[in-house]
Design a protein around this ligand. Structure first.
Ligand SMILES: Cc1ncc(C[n+]2csc(CCOP(=O)(O)OP(=O)(O)O)c2C)c(N)n1
Ligand SMILES: [Mg+2]
Length: 587
């Protein structure tokens, strides 16, 4: 090999972070073969691998030939091969070789370097549009960012992991990475960044050891059958694990912890109840508070096998059904334990024992009502205040609950609920929904299939109170938020007759309440068992300020001194009142 020894010795890796992440992860995955084609945009990548003796670098001027060389080398060595090219038409010439690799399932990783993709379409020399690729040239194509902050780093780390894992997934094949450069000239980086390496396992692989304290976190999930529940319970008892749940998790087993009340406390830190490893199952969760209760490492289990780094701590993906996973980690010879469960339950019980008086609000309603929802009913919650408020309180174990947290829309709550009510006409279906969500989807109530089993509670605070909560992202905007952010004053502005007449004209029974006393006097009608008396709309008028106060009260039951101080400083910083401290902290 031709050496330019003086120059090479003085250089290390580029300082372009996307390149460093690629190199770190190639090394972690033991991918060392690189075929480089000449050019300017891939200088930082090529010069960096060239400076690391781990890599085995070859040169090929003709990119078409380079890709075919990679096929031969990958096939013969049984290892993945990286090909690197620049802009202009270079990447176009990878296509024949990548097509060959696709149909032969050869692990060829094409890294096509480029100037910033923002330059595509502006007649900038050598910049070509790579956003469309023939389907049969790659199993996956990812576009990396130029890494400027922690979010870019995270995105880059994830995309490179995805790309590398795809080289061998489902039999393997070629993968494409588009890599933007800023033509950095500095090669002073001696150490590669620490990157998270992700691994994927299927049911036939040898699985890693599960060590430390374990919790399962369930996002939105279909209801657990009796058998599913037993399997998860057995896993928990064999591993002294717990299950962090909310009302969309579908799990009602012995190890379930509706933990939102504890996790939401502004002035305490529930560190003592955190696991080391979190097993993540289910889909999107609306329980933001309990999502903080993840351990240092997350293991995702899903049939889809996708990299879903919800908590930014993903280590392993298990591409298998939950039953296979849980049974694989249930060693029945181990001593059974529920120590961790008892500890978390004690935390919750301690907070619940101090529940204060709460202003009239969705949270107060949930406190009065959740435990009284009739057995075997279904209950739907609107996005997001209703779901959050009711997540503070347990429902009877025979009651099944759900919310549209898939797309998180306020647009289809009533329609989804109507659909659910059609499945069994004699099963009571409850819906707790805000006024904006109600009016958005109110036509569902006029559907001619509406039966007698609907119990709809509209919590009417005259706006999207979500954006008037004391801790909302719009909190700084104050009362001004009402006009355009919380969309106050629409739909009759808390009219006492609008929903009433609409509901009654459609054949619903209508009841309403505007205070705790009124609520107490009518809510038993809403909860009455049986469907004989027809469907009900129960409109509860609350005040947005009281809603916010209620949330603040319930999130401040427990106080830890250290945490208290932290929160106070944070709030002051947020309010921009102590700019000096802010500057001090940012230095
Ligand atoms: C289709 C759609 N548009 C906008 C949003 C953003 N959003 C989330 S909660 C919310 C307010 C809902 O207000 P309301 O139904 O009255 O409930 P409240 O917060 O007052 O309890 C909005 C607009 C959304 N989730 N979905
Ligand atoms: Mg509202």
């Amino acid at each position: 090999m031709l050496m330019f020894s003086g120059e090479v010795m003085s250089r290390f890796y580029t300082d372009e972070k996307n390149v460093l992440i690629i190199i770190a992860l190639l090394k972690a995955n033991n991918i060392r073969k690189v075929i480089a084609s000449p050019g300017a945009t891939n200088v930082t990548f090529v010069a960096s691998v060239q400076n690391d003796s781990f890599f085995e670098v070859y040169s090929a001027v003709d990119e078409r030939s380079a890709a075919y060389m990679a096929c031969g080398l990958a096939h013969e060595s049984g290892e993945p091969v990286v090909i690197s090219c620049t802009g202009a038409t270079s990447s176009r010439n990878y296509m024949p070789g990548m097509t060959e690799a696709y149909y032969r399932k050869l692990p060829v990783l094409a890294i096509t370097s480029t100037q910033s993709v923002a330059r595509v379409g502006h007649h900038i020399a050598q910049v070509t549009d790579r956003s469309n690729k023939p389907n049969d040239t790659q199993r996956l194509s990812v576009a990396l960012p130029i890494v400027k902050d922690a979010d870019d780093f995270w995105e880059c780390e994830i995309e490179v992991n995805k790309a590398i894992l795809e080289l061998k997934r489902a039999g393997g094949g070629p993968v494409h990475i588009n890599l933007p450069t800023r033509y950095s000239q500095s090669y002073g980086t001696k150490a590669l960044p620490t990157c998270r390496v992700m691994d994927r396992f299927t049911a036939t692989d040898k699985l890693p050891k599960l060590k430390g304290r374990v919790a399962v976190f369930i996002g939105a999930h279909r209801d657990f059958s009796v058998e599913d529940t037993r399997i998860l319970d057995d896993f928990c008892s064999a591993n002294d694990a717990v299950v962090f749940c909310d009302h969309t998790s579908g799990y009602k087993g012995k190890y379930s912890l509706l933990y939102s009340l504890a996790a939401s406390q502004d002035l305490t830190n529930q560190k003592a109840d955190k696991p080391d490893i979190t097993i993540h199952i289910g889909e999107v969760s609306g329980d933001y508070a309990t999502m903080e209760m993840v351990g240092e490492e997350v293991w995702r289990v899903s049939d889809d096998g996708e990299i879903r780094d919800t908590f930014r701590k993903l280590r392993y993906v298990f591409e298998m059904d939950e039953k296979t996973f849980f049974q694989s980690y249930t060693d029945s010879s181990r001593e059974l334990s529920d120590k961790y469960l008892k500890q978390c339950k004690a935390t919750l019980a301690d907070i619940r024992s101090e529940l204060p008086d709460i202003p009239f609000s969705n949270i107060w309603i949930a406190a009065r009502t959740a435990h009284k929802i009739p057995d075997d009913s279904v209950i739907h919650f609107g996005i997001l205040n209703s779901l959050r408020s009711w997540n503070f309180y347990d429902l009877p174990s025979s009651v099944r609950s759900i919310s549209n947290v898939g797309g998180f829309g306020i647009d289809g709550g009533l329609s989804s609920f109507l659909g659910a009510s059609l499945a069994k006409s004699d099963q009571l279906c409850f819906c707790i929904i805000g006024d904006l969500a109600f009016f958005y989807d109110m036509n569902a109530l006029g559907n001619r299939h509406v039966g007698n089993n609907l119990r709809i509670m509209v919590v009417n605070n005259g706006k999207g109170t979500e954006f008037r909560q004391y801790n909302s992202v719009a909190a700084q905007v104050g009362d001004q938020a009402d006009e355009f952010i919380a969309a106050s004053g629409h739909y009759g502005n808390k009219s006492t007759t609008l929903i009433k007449h609409y509901a009654q004209n459609l054949g619903f029974n209508y009841i309403s309440a505007s205070s705790k006393e009124e609520y107490e006097s009518v809510y038993n009608q809403f909860l009455a068992k049986g469907v004989e008396n027809g469907s009900i709309v129960f409109e509860v008028f609350t005040d947005s300020e009281e809603e916010s106060k209620a949330l603040e009260v319930i999130r401040n039951i427990k106080k830890e001194k250290k945490q208290h101080l932290k929160v106070i400083i944070k709030r002051l910083l947020r309010k921009n009142k102590l700019n000096i401290i802010k500057r001090l902290f940012s230095e």
